[in-house]
Design a protein around this ligand. Sequence first.
Ligand SMILES: Cc1cc2nc3c(=O)[nH]c(=O)nc-3n(C[C@H](O)[C@H](O)[C@H](O)COP(=O)(O)O)c2cc1C
Length: 340
Amino acid sequence: MLTIGSIKLDIPIMQAPLSGYTDWAMRFLAREFGAPLTFTGVMLAKSIINPKVLRKPEFKPGMGEDVYPTGAQILGREPEFMVQAAKLLVDIGYDMIDLNFACPAPKVLRRHRGGYLLRTPERTLDIYKQVRDAIECPLTVKLRIGYGEGEQSQDNFWEIVDALAKENVDAMVIHGRTTLQKYTGKSDWSRIIEVKEKYPHIKVIGSGDIYTADDVVRRLEETKLDGILIARGAIGNPWIFTETRALIKDTPMPEPPDVQELGRVMLHYFTLLKRIYPADKAVRYFRKFASGFCKRHPVRKKSQIRIYSSRNERDFYNAIEETCGVRIDDFDNSKFDARF
Ligand SMILES: Cc1cc2nc3c(=O)[nH]c(=O)nc-3n(C[C@H](O)[C@H](O)[C@H](O)COP(=O)(O)O)c2cc1C
């Protein structure tokens, strides 16, 4: 059990914010496979305060049938935009807000947003406090273990962490790489553990290099952190949630999906994508997930290439039939049930 403010999760895992991936469809799929909490990808506060933007279907927190909590993550350096964006997102139904002080993309850093804010503790804390004062729901922060490796970076990191702990932040989600490291090297979990050891009363969620259910459980056992974020490990791999759930709850491990099941899950995911994107866009969008799904295919490379190179909706269905033996005409999405 993990409690973040008023939100209670029955297992201490969550689907990470992943820009360009965790739109409504991927979040829905993750929930169906047992993720107790999911996040949007990062959203630029200044852009989403335009009400037209938030009306797009991919920004919807849920579509009626999903009752699990969703966190909305926002990015920006101006507290007033962050406050406005947070309020709007809460108004449209998101259950919690996460502040991004972690993004390493060059264009984000150039504008002193995201991971750059680890260099400017005063501004970072100002953003946190202003958003905290403006909303009632749980408010969390996503951090990296510093801007860079130097002493100044370390001092800034601890200044931010110390102040957030003093403010009793609902949770700190920490990726064990520095901003400058981007995604290279290994995640340094020792720094995340130091935060938890220094502030046992604060919820600390760890992130970095989590690819399997075993990775999750190993980190939970080794680190005594409050929770683990599942990021790249969930792309095209919703089974990671059922498998992690089984390990944590000590229930029988589900059988790995056979090719038919794999085909059905891909078709199901495609129907979810079609609820938020036109079919052609959904086909192109699906490409990013082909490699993840096909890791579970006995003929991995060939199936991946076939699905990846689908040209349109019809061709996508042909690809699923050829690689997994599931015909779209025999697939009844309304009967699809992956609930754990
Ligand atoms: C393609 C991609 C997009 C990401 N987008 C976000 C994002 O929008 N917000 C965020 O806080 N972290 C983002 N992350 C970082 C992840 O949430 C996570 O902290 C990081 O990938 C480390 O976990 P992993 O090594 O298990 O993937 C992104 C990572 C990747 C690879």
